[in-house]
Design a protein around this ligand. Structure first.
Ligand SMILES: [Ca+2]
Length: 304
């Protein structure tokens, strides 16, 4: 790929784009919003949905997390009446990468590698990832040539103002993060603390904007409020719906929803800090979210 084309692929794409979403959907409450935004946005032509592994209080192992995420993707598609899309949902990795050379085999990794081969630098497939990056890294290890055929938009790691990069998506699979930051594919990073962390919603907003609009909106509002009330009943709370910002990159025409910058590709390290090398290829890093503009877009899209 020419340098000119590479830089062009780091810009927000114009018009309708073919895209996929890699999501640890059941890990908390935000993937559900992000998936719904992608499926309901006219700009996004969704080609596949991949279940990513996760391990936290909502799962017993990374594999169980992936399985629960798969079920949650199907649940959301039912709520949206998107029966056709269920044919495009794939189970992902059951473990994280064991090193930076060996892919984790899964239907998701194989499907992504196969699908990406239908694209080109001039017409790339947009891969939005909002969980541990194992599936995408595995597809890149299975078929390295797809780095020229995709643009990866990943919510992972923290901003550099934060004291470390020990962030949930990145720390579960640092090897995977090192693969995607180092492979040379066009990469857009949505850092969590300091950037995506500003994209918050509160109980009264969920009630006011979403409740009673449609089955999907009711589910999203109820699920989020119930999660918050487990630890904050009767108290002030807000929830960060981080993952929405990664899907929103595709919709960011004219910098409507976020600002960003071009930097040399960061090097995630196993000690949960970044290293820097000015000779690395460029990547894009988002630096600011226009919270109200993006929330307006999210609410309007979900209510459709
Ligand atoms: Ca997620």
């Amino acid at each position: 790929m020419t340098h000119e084309q590479f830089m062009k692929n780091l810009e927000v794409p114009a018009g309708v784009v073919d895209c996929v979403l890699d999501t640890d959907t059941y890990n908390e409450i935000d993937d559900q919003f992000a998936l719904s935004l992608m499926v309901k946005s006219p700009k996004c032509n969704v080609k596949a949905l991949f279940a990513a592994p996760f391990f936290n209080a909502n799962s017993t192992t990374p594999e169980a997390g992936m399985e629960r995420s798969y079920d949650e993707i199907l649940n959301l598609l039912t709520l949206m009446g998107e029966e056709e899309l269920k044919k495009c949902v794939y189970k992902g990795s059951r473990t994280y990468l064991k090193d930076e050379k060996t892919p984790v085999e899964s239907p998701a990794a194989h499907r992504l590698a196969e699908l990406a081969m239908e694209y080109s630098p001039e017409k790339p497939l947009y891969v939005v990832a909002i969980g541990a990056i194992t599936n995408v890294a595995s597809a890149l290890l299975l078929k390295p040539e797809i780095k020229e055929k995709i643009v990866l938009v990943w919510l992972g790691g923290h901003s550099e103002q934060w004291f470390d990069t020990n962030e949930f998506n990145m720390m579960q699979d640092v090897a995977g993060a090192r693969v995607v930051f180092g492979c040379g594919c066009p990469l857009v990073q949505l850092p969590c603390m300091g950037v995506a962390s500003t994209f918050i919603i509160s109980g009264p907003e969920l009630e006011y904007w979403l409740k009673g609009q449609n089955p999907l909106c009711d589910y999203l509002a109820r699920h989020t409020i119930e999660a918050a009330e487990q630890y904050a009943a009767g108290r002030v709370w807000s929830r960060v719906i981080w993952d929405v910002t990664a899907v929103a990159w595709l919709l960011n025409d004219h910098d409507r929803f976020m600002f960003s910058e071009i930097i040399p590709a960061l090097i995630p390290q196993y000690d949960h800090h970044y290293s820097h090398d000015v000779r690395r290829h460029p990547m894009r890093r988002v630096t600011f979210i226009n919270r109200d503009a993006l929330m307006q877009e999210l609410v309007e899209t979900l209510r459709r």
